[in-house]
Design a protein around this ligand. Structure first.
Ligand code: ADP
Length: 403
C-alpha cells in the first residue's frame, strides 16, 4: 500500500439503503457523507454532502436498481468532489457487518473464507447479513485491489461471560442452532464507553460504565474496564429495551399464544414484534419528539408509552448496577439519548439510592460535545456522550490495514 493513503470509506449497507462516509485518518476529518435510500424502487434517492471546500448537499431522485448501481452512483458523486474511489489516497473500505457470531471478536480483513463465514451466519441474522454481504461484494468488484475490512456489531460483546451470554434452555438445542445472546450496537458501546472514561479523565481499563444507546433501535450494556459484561440485545436485536418499533423483552410464551390463539404465522409474529411494537405499537408514534409533543398536549396514550419505555430503562440501569457492583458513570447516547432531556431526567429520577442524580440545568443544555449532566454530589456520574460509529469503524479499519 502507498504510504500516503490515509482515506477510509465506511459503508453501512442495509437491505434497501447504503450509508457512507469518507474520512481522512490523519486527523479523522470527514471529507464527505451520504445516503442512498429505497434501492430497487422507482423512487430511490441519493443525498450526498461534500464536507471539503464548502460544497453543498446534492440530492438525486430516480430509480437505482441495486447495490452495485448505488455504489457506482456514490463513486460518481465522490469523483465530482475530487474524492474518487480510484484515488491512490484511499487506504481501505470499512464495512459495518451486523452479525459476526462467536468467531469474529475483532475487525477482520475480508477474504473468501471470511465472506463465507459471514454468509454462514445468515440464519441468525437474516435481515442484516445478506445486505452487508452484498455491500462487500459490490465494493470488492469496484476496487478489487483494496483491503476491505469487516467491523462487527457483535464483536465488542464477545467478552461477555458465558453466564450472561447463555439462555437457560437445553444446551444441546441451543448449541445445535447457535442460540445464545450475541448483542448488537457493539461499535457504539465500545466507542461511548471509552469516550466516557476520557470525559471522567480516567483510564478505560479502570472505568465501569453503563452505556444506554437509545436510537430507534436501543440497547444497554454493562462495561467493566473496557470489557462488555452484559448487554440487553440477544440472539437478535429484538431483546431488551423498549425501542421505536420493537417490543424488547416479553414473555416468549406470547409468541406461542399468538400462534395458537390468534392463528398468526412465525413471519407475522416477527413483523409484529420487530416493526409494529415498541413505542409505535403502544401509541402510534416511534419518534420521541412526536411523543413528547403529544405528552405536552395531555395525550394519555403517549404518556403511557413513555412511562413503559422509562420503566424498562430503569430496570436495566438497576440490573447493570448489580452486574458491575461499582459504577463510575451512566452514559446516554444515540438519537434519543443525546437529544431527549426528558428521557434522561425520567430514567434517572428516583435512583438516588444507586448514587445517581441529574442536574436539571446541565441536562437542559444542548450540545454536540460529551458532557456531564450530574450534580457535583452525585456518587455516579451521569453523562451524555455522542456516539460516532463511522469514526470508530474507520479507526479500526485504518489501524488494521496499517498494522
Ligand atoms: P437509528 O440509528 O437507530 O436509526 P438514531 O440514533 O439516529 O437512530 O435515533 C433516531 C431517533 O432519535 C428518532 O427516532 C427520534 O426518536 C430520536 N430523536 C432525534 N432527535 C430527537 C430530539 N431532539 N428529541 C427527542 N428524540 C429525538
Amino acid at each position: 500500500m502507498t504510504s500516503h493513503a490515509s482515506r477510509v470509506l465506511v459503508l453501512n449497507s442495509g437491505s434497501s439503503s447504503v450509508k457512507y462516509q469518507l474520512l481522512d485518518m490523519t486527523d479523522g476529518t470527514r471529507l464527505a457523507l451520504g445516503l442512498v435510500e429505497r434501492i430497487g424502487e422507482e423512487t430511490s434517492r441519493l443525498s450526498h454532502t461534500p464536507l471539503v471546500s464548502g460544497g453543498a448537499k446534492r440530492e438525486h431522485e430516480g430509480p437505482i436498481a441495486d447495490h452495485e448501481a448505488a455504489l457506482k452512483a456514490v463513486a460518481t458523486e465522490l469523483a465530482a468532489d475530487g474524492l474518487g474511489l480510484d484515488s491512490p489516497e484511499l487506504a481501505a473500505i470499512g464495512h459495518r457487518v451486523v452479525h459476526g457470531g462467536l468467531k469474529f471478536t475483532v475487525p477482520t480483513v475480508i477474504d473468501d473464507a471470511v465472506l463465507a463465514e459471514i454468509e454462514r451466519l445468515v440464519p441468525v441474522a437474516p435481515l442484516h447479513n445478506p445486505a452487508n454481504i452484498t455491500g462487500i461484494r459490490t465494493a470488492q468488484a469496484l476496487r478489487p485491489d483494496l483491503p476491505q475490512v469487516a467491523v462487527f456489531d457483535t464483536a465488542f460483546h464477545t467478552t461477555m461471560p458465558e453466564y450472561a451470554a447463555r439462555y437457560a434452555i437445553d444446551v444441546a438445542t441451543a448449541d445445535a442452532h447457535r442460540i445464545r445472546r450475541y448483542g448488537f450496537h457493539g461499535t457504539s458501546h465500545a466507542y461511548v464507553s471509552r469516550q466516557t472514561a476520557a470525559l471522567l479523565g480516567k483510564d478505560p481499563a479502570e472505568t465501569n460504565v453503563i452505556v444506554l444507546h437509545l436510537g430507534n433501535g436501543a440497547s444497554a450494556s454493562a462495561v467493566a474496564g473496557g470489557r462488555c459484561m452484559d448487554t440487553s440485545m440477544g440472539l437478535t436485536p429484538l431483546e431488551g429495551l423498549v425501542m421505536g418499533t420493537r417490543s424488547g423483552d416479553i414473555d416468549p410464551a406470547v409468541t406461542f399464544h399468538l400462534k395458537r390463539v390468534a392463528g398468526m404465522s412465525a413471519d407475522e409474529i416477527d413483523v409484529l414484534l420487530n416493526k409494529k411494537s415498541g413505542l409505535l405499537g403502544l401509541c402510534g408514534d416511534n419518534d420521541m419528539r412526536e411523543i413528547r409533543r403529544r405528552i405536552e398536549e395531555g395525550d394519555e396514550r403517549a404518556q403511557l408509552a413513555f412511562d413503559i419505555y422509562i420503566h424498562r430503562l430503569k430496570k436495566y440501569i438497576g440490573a447493570y448496577t448489580a452486574v458491575l457492583g461499582h459504577v463510575d458513570a451512566v452514559a446516554f447516547t444515540a438519537g434519543v439519548g443525546e437529544n431527549a432531556a426528558p428521557v434522561r431526567e425520567a430514567a434517572i429520577a428516583g435512583l438516588e439510592e444507586l448514587g445517581l442524580a441529574v442536574d436539571a440545568g446541565l441536562n437542559a443544555v444542548r450540545s454536540d460535545a460529551p458532557r456531564l449532566i450530574s450534580p457535583e454530589y452525585s456518587r455516579v456520574a451521569v453523562a451524555v456522550v455522542p456516539t460516532d460509529e463511522e469514526l470508530e469503524i474507520a479507526q479500526q479499519t485504518y489501524a488494521l490495514v496499517n498494522a
